[in-house]
Write a protein that binds this ligand. Structure first.
Ligand SMILES: [Ca+2]
Ligand SMILES: [Ca+2]
Ligand SMILES: [Ca+2]
Length: 394
């Protein structure tokens, strides 16, 4: 919305601005996304295996680093995440998260939808089940996933696949840009938008005439109820969140330029953020004993103090209930005791933007081993970050 004022009206602009409603349909919800290639934001690396968060008016930042995801994969770093879903359940944060992988790895298929359950990654919907409801008698890769509260699944495939009973734009073929719907308990999925219909929505939203190609992310707008999606093309907008509302529209937030990616910034996973917690990230996955390591807290209350703690493993449940991630989730062992004793040296203080860092030395006598780190704010904020895995080598 653009307002033009005559010279005579300029004196009242300031007062009028107080009563302006937000422009167009500006949305206030945040999104979690993942990238299809590594990139940087303001010089900071963001990897295609990380989950990022984006808030309107800010640049993207890492929300769930790969070192955290590794904890649920047997202390193994996962590759590229190509679908992510936040189901917004009560309880510890990871219970709400679902994901799919770009490649077959760690015993999982790229067509599986996985979830965090009982301290591990487990298969929520296997690739084979997607094969049954799509009539695809071959490997398939799910690359977009939205789970509604009633159990209905919306999804897209990463490649064009031949189907025995579904047809997108081409008879007998499901296109990688098609959006499918699988009603809970149904024997078959349906194509609700073919790739050409997705292209038409993108063309209307962006005012272009480009074929949108692969549909790479799906989510549900919590305010309008419309499906949200992101697509492969054009490159200038493959980081833009588009709504199916009104035959294809922008939502007034989460457009490619808003994310602040220095490179291409193509999104390959999308969900609306329903679960909030401060993030703990580490500058390197593995540190040499005797060297310094820097950890960073972001998305935290401003001017707050976090205690960095370490242990050798995740606990089976929440040791001390707190907000954010859900509480302290480290095994109570000698390492945890040692870091608690060293507490005066392991404090992370956040700034006005809720960001803080701590550089600390890893004892030369330590390792090789693996630590699980977490930051907790036991003071008035009573919150906790995600845990993460840090390898120590000699
Ligand atoms: Ca990714
Ligand atoms: Ca996948
Ligand atoms: Ca797709």
């Amino acid at each position: 919305m653009h307002h033009s004022f005559t010279a005579a009206s300029t004196l009242v602009v300031g007062a009028a601005a107080l009563f302006l409603t937000p422009t167009s349909s500006a949305q206030t919800f945040d999104v979690y996304v993942s990238l299809s290639s590594d990139d940087t934001v303001a010089g900071a690396t963001v990897r295609d295996e990380d989950i990022l968060v984006h808030s309107d008016g800010e640049v993207a930042r890492v929300a769930l680093p790969s070192e955290a995801l590794a904890l649920w994969a047997g202390n193994a770093m996962l590759g590229d995440i190509d679908a992510f879903h936040d189901h917004g359940l009560a309880g510890p944060a990871p219970d709400s998260f679902y994901l799919s992988l770009l490649s077959n790895e760690h015993g999982f298929q790229d067509g599986d939808v996985l979830r965090f359950e009982n301290g591990t990654l487990s298969v929520f919907i296997p690739e084979a089940a997607f094969g049954v409801v799509t009539g695809v008698d071959a490997d398939l890769d799910v690359d977009a996933f939205q789970l509604d509260a009633d159990g209905t699944v919306y999804f897209s495939l990463a490649e064009d696949e031949t189907s025995t009973f579904l047809s997108g734009d081409t008879a007998g073929t499901i296109g990688d840009g098609d959006i499918l719907c699988w009603v809970a308990g149904a024997n078959a999925a349906t194509i609700i938008f073919t790739e050409s219909e997705v292209t038409a929505m993108v063309n209307q939203a962006l005012g272009n005439a480009t074929a949108s190609g692969d549909t790479k992310g799906l989510a549900r707008d919590p305010e309008t109820g419309a499906l949200l999606f992101c697509v492969q093309s054009p490159s200038s907008d493959d980081g833009t969140v588009i709504s199916t509302a009104n035959g294809g529209s922008l939502i007034g937030a989460h457009e490619e330029a808003d994310f602040g990616f220095d490179g291409g910034g193509e999104l390959d996973a999308l969900t609306v953020k329903r679960t909030s917690y401060p993030t703990l990230a580490v500058e390197v996955s593995t540190v040499t004993a005797g060297d310094d390591v820097t950890v960073e807290v972001t998305g935290a209350p401003s001017n707050s103090a976090f205690l960095l703690v370490a242990s050798t493993a995740l606990s089976t449940g929440v040791t001390i209930p707190l907000g954010g991630w859900g509480g302290l989730v480290l095994v109570d062992d000698a390492v945890l005791t040692a870091t608690l004793v060293a507490a005066p040296y392991l404090i992370i203080v956040t700034d006005a933007l809720g960001r803080g860092t701590l550089t600390t030395n890893v004892p030369a006598t330590l390792g090789p081993t693996e630590w699980v780190l977490q930051a907790i704010a036991p003071g008035p904020h009573l919150t906790s970050t995600n845990p993460l895995l840090l390898g120590v080598e000699q």
